[in-house]
Design a protein around this ligand. Structure first.
Ligand code: HSE
Length: 307
């Protein structure tokens, strides 16, 4: 029987100023998936570690992209998917994207690598549609490509990999859930021109900072005048964490994806660990349980392994 084991990593969408257009792949955490090729046209979803995932494939973020692959290719095969969730749904570090991208990369492997990376992103976005009602690729693309990606356009897809210097990322996940659909619903539909000018200056500055290995420019550009002021009210301690992490040496950071996780970028591991302590002290102080990752950029993206 053809089968494959998948490690599908967490991702940080938006990177503060780049709402829906920038994303970064993390070394940890990762979901683990086991996918088997079936000789019957169907998709089976199993949860390996107690998460209450929808078993109807059309409503599952891993299942929907696989159904789309079967519909588009008309192949007489199917997939049996077992998901070991390590990235909590509603955490803001790309849980739905990890399931969707992992399923598509597995299917591509089992079908003999018939799809391009761009095709895989297109299929995986059907999973994001299930999760948040909207097709966005700023978690899916870095998950599949690895590293940092710019989604210059979504229809048609135009994905650009952005080289970047070594950076350490500290992510704190307060144990509350923010649904992406809700966090999108509360956003204003129009922006002021003066805010748009600041925002595109920051996006261009951030991309230039990555490409020029200019840590100070990266830090200055991690500013969001459009989304963060609205969404940050959903996240306990957000302003305090951001301020004190920067005082501890972080270049900058903000809401990870649609939250509630908060991420900070540092130039070295020591600073990233100091930032971890700041986050832990603040959340311990207000009695909010939380989980922290200190990690780096994953340049590989979804990884396959024989089992
Ligand atoms: N760009 C999306 C949002 C990412 O911020 O709504 C969701 O993870």
């Amino acid at each position: 029987m053809k089968k494959i084991k998948i490690y599908s990593p967490a991702t940080i969408a938006n990177l503060v100023c780049g709402f829906d257009v920038l994303g970064l792949c993390l070394k940890e955490p990762s979901d683990v998936m086991y996918v088997k090729l079936l000789d019957e046209k169907k998709v089976i979803i199993n949860s390996a570690n107690g998460f209450d995932l929808p078993s109807n494939p059309a409503q599952n973020t891993a299942g929907a992209p696989l159904l789309e692959i079967l519909a588009e290719t008309n192949l007489q095969v199917g997939f049996d998917v077992t998901i070991e969730k390590c990235i909590k749904p509603g955490s803001g570090i790309g849980s739905s994207a990890a399931s969707a991208a992992g399923a598509v990369v597995a299917a591509n492997h089992l079908l003999g690598n018939i799809f391009s990376k761009e095709d895989m992103v297109r299929f995986a976005m059907f999973g994001e549609k299930v999760a948040s009602g909207v097709k966005h690729a700023d978690n899916i693309a870095p998950c599949i490509y690895g590293g940092i990606t710019l989604i210059r356009s979504i229809f048609p897809l135009d994905i650009v990999s952005i080289p970047a210097p070594k950076m350490w990322i500290t992510v704190v996940h307060p144990q509350i859930e923010v649904r992406t659909a809700d966090a999108r619903q509360i956003l204003r539909k129009e922006v002021l021109l003066k805010d748009a000018i600041k925002q595109w200056g920051n996006i261009a500055g951030l991309v230039a900072g990555f490409m020029k290995n200019d840590y100070q420019l990266i830090g200055r550009s991690l500013e969001d005048v459009i989304i963060e002021p609205v969404r940050s009210i959903l996240i306990p301690g957000f302003d305090q964490i951001k301020k004190q992490c920067k005082e501890a040496g972080a270049l900058g950071g903000g809401i990870s994806g649609s939250g509630p996780s908060i991420f900070m970028i540092s130039e070295n591991n020591n600073t990233a660990l100091n930032v971890e302590k700041v986050m832990r002290d603040i959340y311990t102080g207000i009695g909010l349980s939380h989980h922290i990752y200190v990690t780096t950029i994953n340049n590989e993206g979804v990884r396959t392994e024989e089992f």
